[in-house]
Structure formats: structure tokens, C-alpha cells
Design a protein around this ligand. Structure first.
Ligand code: SF4
Length: 423
């Protein structure tokens, strides 16, 4: 390597670990996208009025369809132990299921209050599952905001789903993570063109879908925040496929190649399938990357997408990374992306928001990716920001979305440029 060539690789770099005040949404937020992916599921949050408000304002009100989420509100009498929460929950579930025979999966979702009063939702779910077998499968997971971030809601839900799946010896590929339908269809088409059979996505759309797991199941994640689900798959005997996450032309190619290698697909066949969409994505990203090249970016920890996205911005758009913060780093999942980050990048895990604010002002980056609560104050101090949560709700995976992903980062820079006053 030439002496002045950039040193690559943050996989072994020291990580700045912080445990202080943090500014993130809780796991209940993930119900907003999960209820759309799981069409026969209902999410019953066992929580407070605050939880109900969060869910209502994040998911909006469904006017034409019956909602598939609700909150069983813990009143003061429940919190003070003056009422039997189990009995009330039993009654609520019974009313709900008699009114809604379309529900095949009922998720009892824990919250901060239910955790504080140590409500054992696992046992409740088990008993209800027995009671309503075989019509309804009752599963619990936690969406609590105590020491967690919002994408962990999907991870906890998926882990619980995996735990309840039957075993099988089938040779198959499981793709973990919820994607917008259109993106999932594109992914399935690519996998099919590569010649892969028996591919399924978790969470599955319907409870009755023929989905099982065992030692002949190979699996790969499309989201980097699925640490607990990954561990559960391994515990069930499935074999992980490690790769960069499918963001941008390069990330998508590496992700698909890792699968192809595992299933013995030849390089020639692989190249034939990916050549055209890869070229299209490279050209589309290049057109947008002009506005990003040489600009610096700072990531506050929020969605856990930060490390793969930083790789995309650095390797495919020519941006300079200052600090890349993530609420939690699952090294087994993001190892490949960490390896592809330029070495001087500061990687941080967790948050102490005041210290991190000092650092962002020191760096004075061209673009700061952060949570909603920090964006306006930072804008008022002259920093251009990008809402991290937008990246979770937008279609950003795989070739066809590569340029849109770059555009999401280019837009605030362009706006700042246009707003610049002076000679
Ligand atoms: S789960 Fe916790 S953080 Fe989330 S809305 Fe309820 S009380 Fe607030």
C-alpha cells in the first residue's frame, strides 16, 4: 500500500462508549411499520396514556380500516396494585378477539410502565395462547423505552416470532427484516434470477405462511438492528451469512454476492444478473454524489442504521466521516461495514448527549444526521441536519433506491446552499 494511501478499516478501532442522557424514540414506534407488514396481526400495547399518545400520533388514525394496534391503559389502580391487571388484560383480549376474528397473531407489547410494575407478559401470553389455540397465536415482546431505541422494537418482535416458529430440515434462505413491499419485491426478483429457491422473509406476512427454521436454514439480515433476532436464529441452528448491508450499488452487490457464494452460484451467473441494475445504480448515485463529495458528515446515535449508511456515504458518495454514533453496535452484524470505514473515523456507541453536542460543534460538519429532538436546535446553531427517522421510513435498500438514498443526504445540503446569503 502506498505510504499516503488512506488506511481502511474500523473493525478493530477503539469504540467510544457512552452511557448518559440519550435522545431517542422507544420501541413502540416500530409498530407503525410492523402492523403494515403483518397483515393478520394485532399489537396490543400494555402501557400508559403516554404510550397511547405516542402510538396514535406516530401511526395516525385509520379512518377507513379498523386499526390493528391499540393500548390497554394501565390506570393508577393497576400501577398501585389495587386491581388485578391479569384479569383486566384477559377481559380486554377476550373482547378484542370476539370482535375481530381476522386476528391470527396477537402481540402483547410491554412498555416502560408494564416493566416497572414487573408485569409478566410472557406468562400472560402463554396462557392466552393456550386459551385461544389454534385460532390465535399470542406472543409478547417489549417496546419499552428504558435503555432501548426505537428500532429495537422490530428486533424484539422478530425475535419473539422466530422463537415461535416450527423446526424443519428444509434447505432454504431466510431474509430477516421488514422492508417496504416494493423493495421486498425487487429483492425477491433478484434472488429468484440468481436461481435461489425456498426463500422467505421474516416477519412473514401471515401466520399461516409456510415458514420454519432449522440447521439447513441459511439466513441474512437486511437491517443492522436485528441483533437479538440474529442470536435467536443461531440458537435455532440456522447459519448466518455475513455481508455489508444492501445500501447503494456496492453494498447491494456485496450483500447479494455473499448469498451467492453460500449457495454455490457461479461468479459468471452472478455478474449476468447484477450487471445491469448495478450499473444503473452506480450511474444514478454518481449523478447525486456530486453534491456530497468532500462534504463532512456526523451521525448522532438513533436508528442503528448509522454504520452501514456511513459506509455508503464514504465509499460510494465520497463524503468525509467525522463521528459515527450508534445506540448499540452488533459487531457480528456490522463487521463488514465497519471494516469498510476509513480508519480515522470516530465510532461511538450509546450516548451522552451534552458531550456529543460539544463534539459536533467542534467538528462543525457540513451535515449532521440526528433525531427529531436535536434537529431544530442544531439548525438554529447553523448546522444542516437530516432526520435519522426518515431513513427508517423511506425505501432505501437495494439498487433501485440507491440514488434516492443519496438524495436524502444531498437535499439538506442543497437547501443550505440555497439559503446562504451574502456576496
Ligand atoms: S414505552 Fe416508555 S418511552 Fe415509550 S411511550 Fe410508553 S412510557 Fe414513553
Amino acid at each position: 500500500m502506498p505510504k499516503d494511501a488512506p488506511q481502511l478499516g474500523c473493525a478493530q478501532a477503539p469504540i467510544l462508549k457512552e452511557r448518559g442522557q440519550h435522545e431517542v424514540f422507544c420501541g413502540l414506534t416500530s409498530i407503525v411499520w410492523l402492523h403494515r407488514k403483518m397483515q393478520d396481526a394485532f399489537f396490543l400495547v400494555v402501557g400508559s396514556r403516554t404510550c397511547a399518545h405516542l402510538l396514535q400520533s406516530a401511526a395516525g388514525v385509520m379512518i377507513f380500516a379498523e386499526p390493528r394496534f391499540a393500548t390497554a391503559i394501565l390506570e393508577e389502580t393497576d400501577l398501585a396494585g389495587m386491581a388485578d391487571v391479569h384479569e383486566e388484560l384477559d377481559r380486554n383480549v377476550s373482547q378484542l378477539l370476539s370482535r375481530r376474528p381476522d386476528i391470527k397473531r396477537l402481540f402483547l407489547v410491554g412498555s416502560c410502565p408494564s416493566e416497572v410494575i414487573k408485569l409478566d407478559l410472557a406468562t400472560v401470553a402463554e396462557k392466552l395462547s393456550e386459551k385461544y389455540f389454534p385460532n390465535v397465536n399470542v406472543i409478547n415482546f417489549s417496546g419499552s423505552g428504558i435503555e432501548t431505541t426505537f428500532t429495537q422494537g422490530e428486533d424484539a418482535c422478530l425475535e419473539a416470532v422466530i422463537r415461535s416458529l416450527p423446526s424443519s430440515e428444509k434447505t432454504q434462505l431466510a431474509v430477516l427484516g421488514a422492508l417496504p413491499d416494493i423493495v421486498q419485491d425487487q429483492m425477491m426478483r433478484l434472488l429468484e434470477q440468481l436461481g435461489l429457491k425456498n426463500v422467505f422473509v421474516l416477519p412473514q406476512v401471515k401466520f399461516d405462511d409456510d415458514v420454519s427454521i432449522g440447521k439447513n436454514t441459511q439466513f441474512i439480515c437486511v437491517q443492522p438492528f436485528l441483533g437479538a433476532s440474529y442470536e435467536e436464529m443461531v440458537r435455532r441452528g440456522a447459519k448466518p451469512i455475513s455481508a455489508n448491508f444492501p445500501f447503494g450499488a456496492e453494498g447491494t452487490t456485496k450483500w447479494l454476492w455473499a448469498i451467492s457464494e453460500r449457495f454455490g452460484i457461479s461468479k459468471a451467473k452472478f455478474d449476468t444478473v447484477v450487471a445491469a441494475p448495478k450499473l444503473r445504480a452506480e450511474q444514478a448515485v454518481a449523478a447525486v454524489a456530486d453534491g456530497l463529495r468532500g462534504k463532512s458528515v456526523f451521525f448522532f446515535p438513533d436508528s442503528q442504521l448509522e454504520i452501514p449508511l456511513a459506509r455508503f456515504l464514504s465509499a460510494e458518495c465520497g463524503m468525509e466521516l467525522t463521528e459515527v454514533g450508534s445506540p448499540f453496535i452488533h459487531k457480528s452484524l456490522v463487521h463488514a461495514d465497519l471494516e469498510d470505514l476509513p480508519a480515522p473515523t470516530q465510532i461511538s456507541e450509546g450516548q451522552d448527549v451534552d458531550k456529543q453536542l460539544d463534539r459536533v460543534f467542534d467538528y462543525n460538519p457540513d451535515l449532521t444526521v440526528c433525531g427529531l429532538g436535536l434537529a431544530n436546535p442544531l439548525e438554529s446553531k447553523g448546522l444542516s441536519t437530516k432526520w435519522a427517522i426518515e431513513l427508517v421510513f423511506s425505501p432505501i435498500h437495494f439498487y433501485e433506491q440507491a440514488a434516492d438514498l443519496a438524495s436524502l443526504f444531498a437535499r439538506p445540503l442543497k437547501r443550505a446552499e440555497l439559503l446562504k446569503v451574502g456576496p
